[in-house]
Ligand binder design. Structure first.
Ligand code: FAD
Length: 319
């Protein structure tokens, strides 16, 4: 790399006052930490990833705000929520390595914090304003620029390579970010509204699209009454059909419940639904399809038409 230097100055407010954040989504984070520490500010880490990653960053002496992604969910899905949390701290400097997830998260945080984004960064130093050295022209030249806070820096690829984590420092704390705040917003779904009575219920009778008409919800309600249960449902019943309040649907993006008995009526048993009832002690299901996925998880199952099975069950319970 040759050393053509171009000094450029951007006018703005006063420089660093602390509040340096690193955004971590992969193992290359030690490079971001080194650059962040060299800036002279107090460093906090926003980590999106598994717990060992958060613990490793904390072990380097950095307080960590940790977002644990749901299974099979990419870190990038948490960009909006992470950005809001970081921006709320009004950081002066944000630093990430150039990995795809880390830089996506950094970009979102930069936008939320109103920070100017500088890619290809080699180093940053403190002063009346930030002074940033960065690689340009494919690494053939180095540019030095000064700019006011807030800045968001993405490290050059070389900077992120194989830096060992610091040792012999007091570990930082790991604070798990509020789950509600970290909820992924998926197109077509919204985070669940406040919990309904199903969350603490000992027994929940839940129904899905196997119930064919809104008028038939009364049948499920009669069964719930006979069992002293609360009524829940699958997501489409609340979201698409609007037959029950959204606070009553169970699953990944709905309520997570742990009743003693969960009775699923006309519910196929999609993984997203079952995520909400992992804590159920006993799961029973009524479904007319013997191959329905719900039977893989059910402790008890009745294969049959719910319009026959449910009335028979109500009659039996009333006797
Ligand atoms: C990102 C994402 C998040 C999601 N989050 C959730 C979530 O939190 N909760 C959730 O529930 N879903 C969620 N879903 C949707 C999920 O994937 C399923 O589409 C949904 O759970 C299916 O609902 P269902 O079982 O009521 O309907 P269906 O899949 O249509 O199943 C209806 C079932 O009823 C049975 N049936 C039909 N007629 C009868 C009858 N007369 N008697 C007995 N049985 C009958 C059928 O055999 C079938 O098994 C999510 C999806 C995505 C992509």
């Amino acid at each position: 790399m040759s050393a053509t230097t171009d000094d450029r100055t951007t006018r703005g407010t006063a420089g660093p006052m602390g509040g340096v954040w690193i955004v971590v989504a992969d193992e290359a984070w030690p490079a971001a930490l080194e650059v962040a520490r060299a800036s002279g500010g107090t460093v906090t880490a926003a980590v999106v990833g598994p717990q060992p990653l958060a613990d490793a960053v904390a072990a380097a002496g950095v307080p960590v705000v940790w977002v644990e992604p749901a299974r099979d969910t990419p870190a990038e899905a948490y960009a909006v929520n992470l950005a809001a949390q970081v921006a709320a701290a009004s950081p002066d400097l944000l630093v990430s390595t150039g990995g795809p997830a880390a830089r996506t998260l950094l970009g979102a945080a930069a936008a939320a914090a109103g920070a100017s984004l500088v890619p290809g960064v080699l180093a940053v130093t403190d002063g009346p304003r930030w002074t940033v050295r960065r690689a340009v022209l494919g690494g053939e030249a180095i540019e030095t620029l000064t700019a006011p806070a807030p800045l968001a820096l993405i490290l050059a690829a070389d900077e992120a390579a194989d830096r060992p984590a610091a040792t012999g420092v007091a570990p930082g704390t790991v604070a798990k970010a509020d789950t509600a705040a970290a909820e992924m917003v998926v197109a077509g779904t919204q985070p669940a509204p406040p919990a309904s009575g199903i969350v603490d219920a000992r027994t929940v009778v839940s129904f899905g699209r196997g119930v064919h008409a809104k008028a038939d919800v009364a049948l499920v309600e009669r069964l719930a009454q006979a069992l002293g249960a609360e009524v829940g449902c699958s997501m489409p019943v609340a979201d698409d059909l609007g037959w029950l309040d959204r606070s009553r649907y169970v699953g990944r993006s709905g309520q997570h419940i742990s009743p003693r008995l969960y009775l699923a009526v006309g519910i196929s048993g999609a993984p997203q639904h079952l995520e909400g009832v992992r804590g159920a002690k006993v799961l029973a299901a009524i479904n007319n399809d013997p191959k329905a996925r719900i039977f893989r998880r059910a402790d008890y199952g009745a294969v049959g038409d719910l319009y026959e099975v449910v009335p028979a069950l109500i009659a039996a319970l009333q006797q």
